[in-house]
Write a protein that binds this ligand. Structure first.
Ligand code: BEZ
Length: 206
């Protein structure tokens, strides 16, 4: 997949001059924040739904066998829960590179789920719209779960991404029917080790 959104993201000027920015995480950022942050708070955004509709050719799959990761799709009335991070602007550079396979920065209003102040803030989210080259779109849940079960990329098995996301959402007390339905449909992990190995004398017989 040759599309690289790094350059477009670096052209975004909306938060120029700000010394800190709220970043909303709704996928791997919920459980894996491998960047420095000043503060994190559970939060949600409105009018967006989390969907496993984005192809992953570089992290959880390969160009030949892409995996599926989450993006956001507009859905009136929907709420997407996740984790907000207060970061300094330098953090965005490495994230732009990591998420270069179709994700663009978008300005969004975050609503915090705790009682601290402020109750909401303008922030940033990375999302992959249907016009990006890696977008896979909707498919039956069984087909999506099967694809996730099979895919594997430099960042590890695609199924771990789904399982970790479902677990992190569960720990936040968030119900996300799309994510939980996919996790429930994951076929059992293929174990390549033989649980009943025969003695080597047997296996060498013709
Ligand atoms: C996230 O919120 O975890 C995320 C999703 C897609 C790209 C970058 C971050």
């Amino acid at each position: 997949m040759t599309l690289d959104t790094t350059h477009r993201n670096r052209q975004m000027t909306h938060f120029d001059g700000h010394d800190e920015i709220w970043l909303f995480g709704y996928g791997s950022l919920i459980w894996k924040a491998d960047f420095p942050f000043l503060e994190r708070r559970p939060a949600h955004i409105q009018g967006w739904a989390r969907r496993f509709w984005q192809g992953s050719h570089d992290h959880r799959g390969t160009p030949e066998a892409p995996g599926r990761v989450v993006t956001l799709v507009r859905e009136p009335g929907a709420t997407c829960h996740g984790m907000a991070y207060r970061i300094t602007p330098e953090v965005l550079g490495p994230l732009d590179v990591r998420e270069k396979n179709g994700y663009l920065r978008e300005v969004i209003r975050l609503h915090f789920d705790d009682d601290a102040r402020p109750p909401s803030a303008e922030g940033l989210v990375y999302l992959a719209t249907e016009d990006n080259a890696a977008f896979l779109g909707e498919a039956p849940l069984e087909a999506i779960a099967e694809q996730i079960a099979m895919a594997h990329g430099p960042s590890g098995p695609n199924r771990d991404y789904l399982v970790n996301l479902a677990q992190a959402l569960g720990e936040l007390g968030v119900d996300d029917p799309h994510v939980f339905a996919l996790a429930a449909r994951l076929p059992a992990r293929q174990d390549t080790r033989d649980p009943h190995p025969r003695p080597s004398s047997e296996t060498t017989r013709p």
